[in-house]
Design a protein around this ligand. Structure first.
Ligand code: 6GU
Length: 248
C-alpha cells in the first residue's frame, strides 16, 4: 500500500517512519510513504502558500493554487507509475489503476473510526493532504472533491499528526504488516466498535499488594474466555455507554 503525504512539514514524519512496525513494513516493501512539500508548488519568489482571509478574521488561509497543483502533480505521477507497471504486467487489479484516493485532513471532516479505517485500507493508494493555518481556500475542496476526514472533536495545529494516526491505523490492516500472532489477535479484535478490550496482566503475580485475578492463572481456557468477555462488557458499560447501547 502506498501513501503520498502533502504537507508543509515533511520532517514531522521522519521519526515515525523510521521506528518499529512501520519501519519493518517499509523495509519489507509492504508499505511506502512518499512525502511532498506543498511549498514546492508555490509560484511566487517568496515561496508563499498562504494569505489573509477575505472578509477578515484571524489567521491565514492556504491559497488554492499551490495545493491544487501539488495534488494534481502527485495524481499524474501515480497514473504514470500505474501505466509503467501495467506494461510490465505487474498490475492486474483494476482498482490499482486509480490515481489514489484523496483524503483531506480537517476538523470539519467525517470522524475516523474503525469501519472507516477498514474502508480506507481497501485502496492501494492514499493521498493525504495536511492542512495548517485556518484551513484551505474552499475552492480546493470544490475542485478536488477530497474525502474530508477528522480524527476527533478537538483542534490540532495541523493535519500532520492526524495523517500519522490514519496511516498507523490503516497499515495494521495491510496483509503481512502484523506478525501472525498479532493478526490472529486482530481477528478477535475486529469486533472493535462492539466492545472495549478486556484488562491484561503479566508477571509478577503480585505487585504492591495487587494480585492478578486467579482465573487467569487457572489454565482453564473456557473460564478465562468467560472472564475476559465479562470484563470487556463491564469496561464498555462503564467507560463507553454509547458503544454498549449500540450493541444491544
Ligand atoms: Cl484532521 N486536523 C486538525 N487540524 N485538527 C483536527 C483534525 C484534523 N482532526 C481532529 N482535529
Amino acid at each position: 500500500m502506498r501513501f503520498d503525504v502533502l504537507t508543509l512539514f515533511p520532517e514531522i514524519f521522519s521519526g515515525y517512519m523510521t521506528q518499529s512496525l512501520l519501519k519493518l513494513a517499509i523495509e519489507r516493501s509492504l508499505v511506502s510513504i512518499e512525502l511532498h512539500n506543498i511549498r514546492d508548488w508555490s509560484r511566487d519568489k517568496h515561496k508563499c502558500v498562504d494569505d489573509r482571509p477575505f472578509g477578515g478574521g484571524p489567521g491565514m488561509v492556504f491559497k488554492p493554487e499551490p495545493v491544487v497543483e501539488a495534488v494534481e502533480a502527485v495524481q499524474k505521477q501515480a497514473l504514470e507509475n500505474n501505466e509503467a507497471l501495467k506494461k510490465n504486467e505487474a498490475l492486474e487489479n483494476e482498482e490499482d489503476s486509480e490515481p489514489g484516493h484523496l483524503v483531506l485532513l480537517t476538523p470539519q471532516g467525517r470522524p475516523l473510526n474503525q469501519p472507516l479505517v477498514e474502508e480506507l485500507a481497501t485502496h492501494s493508494r492514499l493521498l493525504l493532504l495536511c492542512g495548517r493555518y485556518e484551513g484551505f481556500d474552499q475552492r480546493v475542496s470544490d475542485l478536488l472533491e477530497p474525502d474530508e476526514i477528522s480524527i476527533g472533536d478537538f483542534v490540532l495545529n495541523g493535519g500532520e499528526v492526524a495523517a500519522m494516526t490514519l496511516i498507523d491505523a490503516v497499515i495494521r490492516l495491510v496483509p503481512g504488516v502484523l506478525g501472525d500472532e498479532d493478526s490472529s489477535r486482530y481477528d478477535s479484535f475486529s469486533s472493535v466498535g462492539r466492545l472495549l478490550e478486556h484488562a491484561q496482566y503479566t508477571r509478577p503475580r503480585e505487585y504492591r499488594g495487587l494480585e492478578v485475578p486467579e482465573v487467569l492463572l487457572s489454565g482453564d481456557h473456557t473460564a478465562i474466555a468467560k472472564w475476559r468477555e465479562e470484563n470487556s462488557q463491564e469496561r464498555t458499560r462503564q467507560r463507553r455507554p454509547d458503544l454498549f447501547n449500540e450493541n444491544e
